[in-house]
Design a protein around this ligand. Structure first.
Ligand SMILES: C[S@@+](CC[C@H](N)C(=O)[O-])C[C@H]1O[C@@H](n2cnc3c(N)ncnc32)[C@H](O)[C@@H]1O
Length: 223
């Protein structure tokens, strides 16, 4: 690796998602409302942690991960959890129906799910990337459940920044891999102000046309 390649590898571009404080607080508040005795699973937790009460499961042993496992086969007893959280995970699981069936199996009657999933985002492997979700498609994740709340988790400004950055990097690469890498680091910095529009656009009544990500909170029937 030469000096230029080392600098390139060490340069971290800014994140593509701008979340308002309201949006950032959604999962912590979800956890808080469940009370101190609730059993909660953060499926595909990655590097996130929502406090001691939340069990973190991931396919990789990140620092906060309590259990290494897959969403398609949860090492959890039937009807034993009060809530399951997935944030930016459902696009990555190879078998979505199996994962949703597992979530339903481990949730107690009356238990809650929180799903957050992407709509307009670039390809991002973690370790792979299989699908996207529209606003109406989100409701299909919890058939038969009572939808408590749903909406835009990350707004159109963030979507625009992501897509435009990748587009400009592709155009300016002229087919060259190194130029593409440079562009994929430089353009997110240049276009970063676009995502700030989400301070306003996140709450726009038609933001779901091109939002970056949606969320849904729903209750399993039968309590
Ligand atoms: C984009 S990251 C999101 C991480 C975290 N939830 C967050 O919001 O920052 C997706 C995570 O899902 C995990 N993952 C991918 N496939 C999985 C599977 N089949 N079962 C469980 N976790 C999975 C990845 O290892 C990764 O940590």
């Amino acid at each position: 690796m030469n000096h230029f390649q080392r600098v390139l590898a060490a340069t971290t571009p800014p994140g593509f998602a701008y979340k308002t404080e309201h949006s950032r607080q959604r999962i912590p508040q979800f956890v808080e409302h469940l009370g101190p005795d609730a059993l909660i699973l953060n499926l595909g937790s990655g590097r996130t942690a929502f406090g001691r009460r939340v069990l973190n499961l991931d396919i990789r042993p990140f620092s906060h991960v309590d259990v290494v496992g897959v969403g398609e086969r949860l090492p959890v007893q039937d009807a034993s959890l009060d809530a399951v959280i997935t944030q930016g995970v459902l696009e990555h699981v190879p078998d979505l129906p199996a994962t949703l069936a597992e979530i339903d199996r481990v949730l107690r009657p009356g238990g809650l799910v929180y799903h957050e999933a992407p709509f307009i985002q670039g390809f991002h492997a973690s370790p792979n990337d299989f699908r996207r979700f529209t606003a109406v498609g989100m409701a299909e994740l919890t058939p038969g459940y009572q939808v408590l709340e749903r909406g835009v988790a990350v707004g159109p400004g963030s979507a625009m920044m992501w897509v435009a950055s990748e587009y400009l990097a592709l155009c300016c690469s002229l087919g060259n891999r190194t130029l593409l890498k440079v562009g994929r680091r430089a353009f997110p910095w240049l276009l970063s102000p676009l995502k700030l529009a989400d301070a306003w656009l996140e709450g726009h009544p038609q933001a779901d046309l091109i939002a970056s990500a949606f969320y849904i909170t729903a209750r399993k029937p039968g309590a």
